[in-house]
Design a protein around this ligand. Structure first.
Ligand code: ADP
Ligand code: MG
Length: 338
């Protein structure tokens, strides 16, 4: 696997196959693509109508003959063919459809995935035009991507809150000592907002609007200055479009049970940690990655609930992709460790 004579022309890529977003890292270039992991299909022919950004715009707005789906939604592959079509589209797109030399591909996959699914991802990437395909667990890629010294004999802990899953892992000597993946993350927070609006205001809103509310005013900890927002949807009683005003306090309350489940998972992981590594964590704390780490105050809440120092990665949405990029530069490392 050492870099060969043609290394200079390398078009090797790293892929963060996320439940919400797929990112592609091209060696020597960096992240060149970030698009939602969404595919729009023709309902009858199952033909792919759109992928990524274009498909996400269709979510919740499709006529009967088109369905927009998220093939990785819960951190497992819901549909192999669709996942393959999506991977092919993204791999081709970053190479402008001109695959002169088949790229080597490093793919970060959710740690809860089964062997069968892992095999399917590898096959999909091969069918999509890849030469060698190496998969690495997402939390490992995230830890590398945020720059944790994972090869040291010490605890490196990462908490990655994505769309479908929250992945928590403790890594030492380049190996995962303990990891936990729960299907509670950004999507569940969106669902909590949908439910709250229905319960409190008889207002029906879509998932995309709920996500927008979460991003604009969502929080896990009281804010120095609370926020408010105008929300539009459909009144479930009158059946007509309606506009209401909501506050960040209300949304924090709406999100609190889901956030408590994430806090719980982090605490359980800490309880399972071997004592020497626990001792390391007292000083080193943990790093947060994934889009969910951008919820206001979630770092502060987790720090309070665990007693550990918590840092949010500089660019949490890019951590995993950057990790796959780092791995591309050191494929020998991967052969030994993953
Ligand atoms: P995945 O790795 O599962 O694809 P990502 O790490 O890309 O997920 O994160 C996507 C999730 O992060 C979505 O649920 C999205 O709503 C959420 N997210 C992104 N930005 C923010 C933000 N500023 N505040 C709160 N949540 C956010
Ligand atoms: Mg992710």
């Amino acid at each position: 696997m050492a870099s060969n004579f043609f290394g200079y022309f390398s078009n090797d890529i790293g892929i963060d196959l996320g439940t919400a977003n797929t990112l592609v890292y091209v060696k020597d270039k960096g992240i060149v693509l970030r698009e939602p992991s969404v595919v729009a299909l023709d309902t009858t022919t199952r033909k792919v109508r759109a992928v990524g950004d274009e498909a996400k715009r269709m979510l919740g707005r499709t006529p009967g003959n088109i369905t927009a789906i998220r093939p990785m939604k819960d951190g497992v592959i819901a549909d192999f063919d669709v996942t393959e079509a999506m991977l092919r589209y993204f791999i081709r797109k970053v190479h402008n459809n001109a695959l002169r030399v088949a790229p080597r591909v490093v793919i970060a996959i959710p740690s809860g995935i089964t062997e069968v699914e892992k095999r399917a991802v590898k096959d999909s990437a091969t069918h999509a035009g890849a030469r060698d395909v190496i998969t690495i667990p997402e939390p490992m890629a995230a830890a590398i991507g945020v720059g944790l010294p994972i090869d040291e004999p010490a605890a490196n802990m990462i908490v990655d809150i994505g769309g479908g899953t929250t992945e928590i892992a403790i890594i030492s000597l380049s190996g995962i000592v303990f990891s936990k993946s729960i299907r509670v993350a950004g999507d569940e927070l969106d669902a909590a907002v949908v439910n709250y609006m229905k319960r409190a205001y008889n207002l029906l809103i879509g998932e995309r609007t709920a996500e927008e509310i979460k991003m604009k005013i969502g929080s896990a900890y009281p804010l120095d200055e609370e926020l408010s927002l105008e929300v539009k949807g459909r009144d479930s009683v009158a059946g007509l479009p309606k506009t209401i005003h909501i506050t960040s306090q209300e949304i924090r309350e709406a999100l609190s049970d889901t956030i408590a489940a994430i806090v719980d998972a982090v605490r359980t992981t800490l309880e399972r940690c071997p004592p020497e590594l626990s001792a390391d964590l007292v000083d080193r704390g943990f790093v947060m990655a994934g889009g969910g780490s951008l919820i206001r105050g979630i770092d502060r809440l987790l720090s309070e609930k665990t007693g550990l120092p918590v840092t949010v990665a500089d660019d949490p949405l890019s951590a995993v992709a950057n990790g796959t990029g780092a791995v591309l530069n050191d494929l020998n490392w991967v052969m030994q460790n993953v």
